[in-house]
Design a protein around this ligand. Sequence first.
Ligand SMILES: [Zn+2]
Length: 490
Amino acid sequence: MLGVPAVAQDDGPTSELKEALERREQSARLQERAVAAFESGDIEAAIALLEEQLELEPANALAMYNLACVRCVGGDKDAAMEMLKRAIEHGFVDFEQMRRDPNLMDLHETELFRQILAQRRPILDAAGEMQFEVVRGKYGKAYAYDKDDSLRVNFASAYDQTTLDAAKVELRRISEWALEELFTGLNEPAMREVDPWVVVVLPSERDFRAWAIAMYGPASVTGEFSRIGGAYNHGRKELVAMDLGGTLRHEFLHVLHWRSNMRRAQGHPVWIQEGLCSLVEDYEMRSGRLVPVPSWRTNTVKNLGRTGRVMEITDLAGLDRHAFNNRRPLANYAMARAVFLYLYQRGLLTEWYAHYTAHFEEDLTGVAAIEAVAGKAIGEVQEDFEDWVAGLAYVAEASSDGLVRYLDVGLGVEVDPGKGEGPIVTRVSRLARVSGLRPRDVVTAINGRPTRDMNDFVRVLSAYRSGERVEVSVRRRAEHMTMEVMVVGK
Ligand SMILES: [Zn+2]
């Protein structure tokens, strides 16, 4: 997820919401303490804390799963099995995790466990259907619904079918890329069927606000930290994205990454999760292939470099989730993406991921894998990385304060950032009007390249010269259309 703000409670949320948020925070703290107790070998304390967590949130399937693990390690196989079954009934469906989890070792050989595994396909399908049913009930008839069997994704969309179809095409494209470059083997048909279904919600602005407030508190949609564009919640198997651009792509890669991690029973550190997922935020199609490209995030690293403040890769790799999200998050995201873009452009990304996951037990941070595939010590890699950053060109970007930088052409229109489907035309020059653009048109693509958010829009636009003609795709009310528009100098 992108830039999680601290949950502030001074904005007058309803008492019900306040309670729910407090309960979730309290529950998360109990979970943290339980894990710490378990890791220090204090089984009794871990059990007590998890039971307290379940009293607070009786339907928390992850807490049930954790309790099953602790009970099992503590030697109570029957109680562990009962708790595991309850976790599954409540929606814990990461069967690969269960199958590989060393904490459940004593259950793995039992007949009951074998029976559970034999049932996992119908259990997964039923869980997916149940979740989809709940989502359909929640968002009602105004939404479009769809499913993609190959991605094992259900869709709920406030946008029309054409827009939803375009989003689906993009997600398939990202999936193809990821399966080829990173998560090789994720697509084996037999294995694919044991992936949990995920629901992708593309909500209306109103529904998005309600979701963000419920998840992160009122400060998430007001004030200066209102940067949340969406999130993938693996526990709930739910992806919510307000914008169909960088956020949707980023969060969808989280889905695939989680699937891959579940199969390997690995949990990767935050810089790897966020760096890989940020990679697909900005891409171009070249000869039918998706290619991640420099973006506003690489600009951020370039700016750090100009004042000699590029972070050490080893420091980045050592950040925990809290530090990553709270101490200069934009710089951390930018650094993580840049390191992977650097590896990618050197043709080392696929090899890096394969090496990292194969030697995960020896080095969790990913640094040893960088040294192995680059063939040099991390200090030398750092130098080479910083040279590479310095040599990158600045990319046209739109910052959150509304300023556009490094862009010297336009379409003869003024735009508002829009709500996630594409920038909205607010004013039209005479020339642009002749070509057919109108105020309130939503610009969704230029020459077929998606322009779902402002950074997409200005980056795509910057590839053209004044005097060139481009095909602009817009949605005008319920109609989708394209028109030829002359690119003009600014
Ligand atoms: Zn993320």
